[in-house]
Design a protein around this ligand. Structure first.
Ligand code: COA
Ligand code: AMP
Length: 640
């Protein structure tokens, strides 16, 4: 970057690392506190850090009430746009306040108090946002579970979060089918050892569910029943360090990690990021095409825009097929969105359908200023296509569920730095990003290593895992003492631009959705014919990665006679146990899996072979002939 261009960003970045407490004290002024922070950072118990340890606030108040009090009552807070149901509804801030405070009253009536958990398993409907904010209003802790997950995944989250109440909907609407949520919830509750006291179901006209018609250990009722006469609830005061939500994310094992999100640090960081990264001002409209079940949805469909007094778009549809590849442009035009935030895979889907961007030319994108992409690597082809089609900055940003907001980005709100395709640009103020080698030493520019963040991380990032400090330390902090391990590998160039090359662990990323190899392997191993299995993520033109399974059958099972049936059953099992988003279509039956002498399956080596590379075979391999036999199988074209 040129010296002149570097000035504004570099000055702010340097200040954020030189004096983090001063920097985040200033940023905290954008939030309304019940008790403003006097202490900024509690660093008395490393590696655990707490931001704003003596402050108190209510996040719902900051996201809703204060905007009504400031005269934004008539401004749209949410545009709900659902091409899959043919519905459009706009809620103003005043209407949102009414709905949120009444639903909070309904939850209170069911005994929900500060600190209680509420699991929300809902599609992209306004009630999902209302339920999240109602929890925040009471100081209760929500845990939203993505609708594309199957009962087993939902059960694991219910078991860990131990909710007092579960809020769900009768169904979700995918372009090709109605997804019945209620039977999945029933099955999850059957599998979970934890039983909530109450279950609330939003009845959708596309497919109402049977609610309260059988004997259950919990009370079942519809959204309308609890909401009808509910009194409005007031905002509870919570500590800045109290949890706002738990969001489960995939690790390498089958047990999801419950990311603990605090209240005050998150509110400050998101508000700061809306101005300084996304460049969205109060009163403007942001369109984030993701799902409230993912972190992008939590931060940039719900909390970021609403904490800012901006307008958010809640889009229940796809980038293509609802009805066509012009859907995003139509939404941007209709609501005057100043930016769009989505995953690169959505743009690959649009490009595939409308390679000349003819649909784009049909819309007036006058107010549109920038496209933000995250969730997976932005490949230079997709970058070039989107950039040429839009003629506006296309901004890659890199982060993860754990951090809650971007670690690396082009800080458009501060200044737009020159874009280098393939790089999410530079470390965001607050994040001391370093690339380390195996011994924990920083590597030279251009050399790949483990991307780490020096502790303490800025506000908004995870202070720990829900109920599991030990796992927090062992998963993220023990590899390099004093650093948070992101799990991604990559390098910094001479100009300080970061290049993220992919996960160094076995976490999968399918269409921007993070999935665990462990969950998929557990589903496969549960089949009676399977002796051993391994799942790897292989390159896919549209989805970035898709899972591929290699399975060893138990002795005595005839692969020639029964192989095809077993493969079909395995595909169906993963869909039923993990969910349709896992999108496993290719299963290969093999004689053995390559392992090290200590028994570790060589997934990375197989992944590299499947992607057409020639990896170095680890010296610790137990039997090199197993890998040789597998190579032609792995190199064969995908069948999906
Ligand atoms: N509830 C239930 N099922 C869901 C679901 C939900 N919320 N979301 C997806 N699914 C299902 C889909 O219906 C599909 O089922 P199918 O196998 O019966 O067709 C399956 O899960 C896979 O879905 P998806 O990954 O969305 O693939 P797709 O082929 O339907 O669409 C894209 C491909 C690229 C259009 C789509 O992946 C997309 O829009 N991606 C954007 C990514 C994104 O928003 N990421 C979030 C992080 S920013
Ligand atoms: P999630 O927690 O679901 O947001 O997934 C986070 C992971 O997605 C990261 O650890 C990366 O592997 C990947 N990821 C997210 N954004 C990017 C990006 N801009 N470039 C490369 N990888 C990304």
């Amino acid at each position: 970057m040129s010296d002149g261009a570097a000035t504004a960003y570099q000055g702010i970045y340097d200040a954020s690392l030189r004096d983090p407490e001063g920097f985040w004290r200033d940023a905290a002024a954008a939030i309304d506190w019940v008790r403003p922070p006097e202490r900024i950072l509690d660093d008395s118990r490393p590696p655990f850090y707490r931001w704003y340890p003596d402050a108190e606030l209510n996040v719902c108040y900051n996201a809703v009430d204060r905007h009504v009090l400031a005269g934004r009552g008539d401004q749209p807070a949410i545009h709900y746009d659902s091409p899959v149901t043919g519905t459009k509804v706009t809620l103003t801030y005043a209407e949102l306040l009414d709905r949120v405070s009444r639903f909070a009253g309904a939850l209170e009536g069911l005994g929900v108090e500060k600190g209680d958990r509420v699991v929300i398993y809902m599609p992209m409907v306004p009630e999902a946002v209302v339920a999240m904010l109602a929890c925040a209003r009471l100081g209760a802790v929500h845990s939203v579970v993505f609708g594309g997950f199957a009962p087993q995944e939902l059960a694991a989250r219910i078991e860990d979060a131990e909710p007092k109440v579960v809020v769900s909907a009768s169904c979700g609407v995918e372009p090709s089918r109605i997804v019945e949520y209620k039977p999945m919830l029933d099955e999850a509750l059957r599998r979970s050892s934890h039983t909530p006291e109450s279950v609330i179901v939003l009845q959708r006209e596309q497919s109402p569910a049977a609610v309260g018609q059988r004997d259950t250990d919990w009370e079942e009722m519809t959204w309308d029943e609890v909401y009808a006469d509910a009194p409005a609830a007031e905002c509870a005061t919570v500590a800045a360090t109290d949890p706002l939500y738990i969001l489960y994310t995939s690790g390498t094992t089958g047990k999801p990690k419950g990311i603990y999100r605090d209240s005050g640090g998150y509110a400050v960081a998101l508000r700061w990021s809306m101005a300084n990264i996304f460049d969205v001002a109060p009163g403007e409209t942001m369109f984030t095409a993701s799902d409230v079940g993912w972190v992008v949805g939590h931060s940039y469909i719900v909390y970021g825009p609403l904490l800012t007094g901006a307008t958010t778009v809640l889009y229940e549809g796809k980038p293509v097929g609802t009805p066509d590849a012009g859907a995003f442009w139509r939404v941007i035009e209709e609501y005057g969105a100043v930016c769009l935030f989505t995953a690169p895979t959505a743009f690959r889907a649009i490009k595939k359908e409308d390679s000349k961007a003819a649909k784009l030319a049909e819309h007036d994108l006058e107010r549109f200023r920038a496209l933000f992409l995250a969730g997976e690597r932005l490949d230079p082809d997709t970058y070039e296509w989107a950039s040429a089609a839009l003629g506006k900055p296309v901004i890659d940003n890199w982060w993860q569920t754990e951090t809650g907001w971007p670690i690396a980005a082009n800080p458009k709100g501060i200044q737009l730095l020159p874009i280098k395709p393939g790089s999410p640009t530079v470390a965001v103020p607050g994040y001391d990003v370093q690339v380390l080698d195996g011994t924990g030493e920083p590597v030279a520019p251009g050399v790949e290593g483990a991307i780490c963040i020096k502790l303490p991380m800025p506000p908004g990032t995870l202070p720990t895992l829900w109920g599991d400090d030990d796992r927090y330390v062992s998963s993220y902090l023990s590899a390099y003492p004093g650093y948070y391990l992101t799990g991604d590998g990559g390098y910094l160039d001479e100009d300080g631009y970061l290049y993220v090359m992919g996960r160094t662990d076995d976490v999968l990323n399918v269409a921007g959705h993070r999935l665990s190899t462990g969950s998929l392997e557990a589903a496969l191993s549960g089949h009676e014919a399977v002796a051993e299995c391994a799942v790897i993520g292989v390159h896919d033109e549209l989805k970035g990665q898709v899972p591929r399974a290699l399975v060893v059958l138990k002795s005595g099972i005839d692969a020639d006679a029964d192989g095809d049936r077993i493969k079909k059953e395995l595909v169906a099992r993963v869909r039923a146990e993990v969910g349709p988003v896992a999108a496993l279509h290719q299963v290969d039956i093999v004689g053995a899996l390559p392992k090290t002498r200590s028994g570790k399956i060589l997934r990375k080596t197989m992944r590299e072979l499947a992607d057409g590379h020639t990896p170095a075979v680890p010296a610790t391999i137990e039997d090199p002939s197993v890998l040789e036999t597998l190579t032609p199988v792995l190199r064969s074209a995908p069948t999906s």
